[in-house]
Design a protein around this ligand. Structure first.
Ligand code: 13P
Length: 335
């Protein structure tokens, strides 16, 4: 696979005014989401839910790509069209979550390392054949008393770099996601320092593993106050701290950065993105969204009330969230 093709895909993922919808919840994670609204976690309900999301009319106006879970990449609409075909027609690039989840890191209590490198080359080869053109791997960095350790940050950066190199070898754009978790009572400065150390380590590891940054997308967490911190930074502070942190650590050659929502409210996730895209900030890369919950939560609640009759209404909500975030990627929200 040539670097030109990878770069072209990466650039399309962060096309002007567009972002990514993350619908790659593992079977365990979607269980939690379905439980919260009283939907049974069956394969058919998961299929119907993802069909509702992916067939949202005109979703491609604001969405460049969607991250799927393994099961979803193989599923079809009720009339037998593969989801991948539906997406291609809508101008939405298929992506796939390829990590096997964050597991306790031995020797480091309270910390996690993401697994999934074994057999990854073969899995990527199959995902490419099935139509995926980018792949996501999520590392989890927790903040707490005496954590994160350098050991945890480095172990996760190393795994991210190994996966990213394999992706590029197999023709997929790696979307590297080192998520600094919002849980905790730490202040925004602590989040800044942890995010800075995490990104420095990540870009060092990507360099060591010969990953081509022109064909890589960063999925970043924003620099925010811990969820239980008594003093909550406002939208301007979050935007300023996040931009400062990214500009200090992320090479300008990267085609783009997308953010996760991480438990922020819909409104906050959009407002933060919008604030980071105001004119005059001289950002070296496009900044857009790759939200999961902040794209889906409202629609899931509506769909849960009637899995058949409410498809259209739920899709209107998905479209509205896509539009809001698409405008925020241009700094033009609420439009
Ligand atoms: P959230 O936006 O819900 O954090 O999900 C994004 C994601 O893909 C996390 O891995």
């Amino acid at each position: 696979m040539s670097i030109e093709q990878l770069a072209e895909t990466a650039q399309a993922m962060v096309a002007r005014g567009k972002g990514i919808i993350a619908i790659d919840e593992s079977t365990g994670t979607i269980q939690k989401r379905f439980d919260s609204v009283g939907i049974e976690n069956t394969e058919e309900n998961r299929r119907a839910y993802r069909e509702m999301l992916l067939t949202t009319p005109k979703l491609g106006d604001y969405v460049s790509g969607a991250i799927l879970f393994d099961e979803t990449l193989r599923q079809k609409t009720v009339d037998g069209t593969p989801f991948v075909e539906v997406m291609k027609k809508a101008g939405i690039i298929p992506g796939i979550k390829v990590d096997a989840g964050a597991k306790p890191l031995a020797g480091c209590p309270g910390e996690l390392v993401t697994e999934g490198l074994d057999g990854l080359r073969e899995r990527l080869e199959e995902y490419y054949r099935l139509g995926a053109r980018f792949a996501k791997w999520r590392a989890v960095i927790n903040i707490g008393e005496d954590i994160p350790s350098g050991t945890c940050i480095e172990a996760n950066a190393h795994a991210l770099a190994r996966y990213a190199a394999l992706c590029q070898e197999q023709g997929l754009v790696p979307m590297v996601e080192p998520e600094v978790i919002m849980d905790g009572d730490h202040d925004i400065q602590t989040c800044y320092e942890v995010t800075e150390a995490t990104l420095r380590s990540l870009f060092g590891a990507l360099y060591e593993q010969n990953v081509m940054l022109e064909g890589t997308i960063l999925k970043a967490s924003m620099v925010v106050s811990g969820k239980d911190c008594p003093e909550q930074a406002d939208v301007e502070e979050v935007a300023e701290a996040t931009l400062m942190c990214l500009k200090s650590t992320v090479p300008a050659i990267l085609p783009g950065i997308v953010f996760l929502s991480g438990g922020q409210s819909d409104e906050k996730a959009t407002a933060h993105l919008n604030a980071m895209n105001q004119p005059g900030l001289n950002n070296p890369w496009p900044l857009s969204f790759s939200y999961g919950r902040a794209m889906q939560s409202a629609a899931l609640k509506i769909w849960a009330q009637d899995l058949k009759a409410n498809v259209g209404k739920a899709q209107e909500t998905v479209y509205a969230r896509a539009r809001d975030n698409g405008l925020a990627a241009l700094g033009e929200w609420p439009g």
